[in-house]
Design a protein around this ligand. Structure first.
Ligand SMILES: [Zn+2]
Ligand SMILES: [Zn+2]
Length: 231
């Protein structure tokens, strides 16, 4: 990990051009254009409606959901590398992409608490760091509470499971630190994750947060799969 930290952010993570920042301006302009998304699950929407059909039928346990990018080419590859190789330059570039997505800046301004999705102790040991916490610290360091939302149970990797099993797999996997739970009552909270696919992990994590009596909960994700959440 130490050598990864020393790597200079001199090469674009997408096109490998030199010289550039961790993400060059041309790639951001080409691949990170903001798009209309469902207000509740951040699915790309071309229908002109604020909420997708799935969310109308089965509303998620939060008031808003925002995404910076599609979890698709080229970002899936960039994020895969980010997951296993800590890079301060890349974290800063990805956080600034998130901030420039529609509604993200006001959501962060209005929030009083920013909760990064926690990793299990086992996963944290494998990776060495939590990429959601890294992004949260870039976005609003003074609002980050890293010890409030806890992952109390290790779960199988979600990506290998079909949707119904994903929901079962993560049910009860999250809880609030008992002494911190009361401090969330009446607060505007942002829950931050790096990737949203089925939304099952965010739903499971949002439940104890809602139960603490928050005034408003926004999910903010770096990248969202461009296919429906309930598929
Ligand atoms: Zn580039
Ligand atoms: Zn939706």
């Amino acid at each position: 990990m130490f050598s990864a930290l020393l790597k200079l952010p001199g090469q674009c993570e997408v096109c490998r051009s030199w010289p550039a920042r961790a993400l060059c301006e041309a790639c951001v302009a080409r691949f990170a254009r903001p798009k209309p998304r469902c207000r509740l699950c951040a699915l790309p929407l071309n229908t002109g409606t604020p909420v997708c059909g799935d969310c109308l039928l089965n509303p998620p346990p939060w008031q808003a959901c925002l995404a910076g990018l599609d979890y698709a080419y080229p970002w899936a590859g960039v994020l895969g590398r980010f997951k296993f190789r800590q890079s301060a330059g890349l974290a800063a570039s990805l956080a600034s992409l998130m901030r420039s997505a529609p509604w993200v800046e006001p959501a962060l301004d209005e929030a009083e608490v920013l909760l990064p999705m926690p990793l299990s102790t086992q996963r944290l040991k494998e990776r060495g760091y939590n990429q959601s916490l890294l992004l949260a610290r870039q976005l609003a360091p003074e609002k980050v509470q890293a010890q409030t939302l806890l992952r109390i149970r290790h779960t199988e990797a979600q990506s290998e499971l079909p949707r119904e099993q994903r929901l079962r797999n993560v049910a009860g996997a999250f809880a609030l630190e008992p002494t911190a739970a009361a401090s969330l009552a009446g607060k505007r909270v942002v829950l931050l994750d790096d990737v949203m696919t089925s939304g099952a992990s965010l739903r499971a994590a949002a439940l104890p947060v809602q139960q603490a009596g928050v005034a408003h909960l926004t999910c903010l994700v770096l990248a969202r799969t461009p296919a429906p959440m309930h598929a």
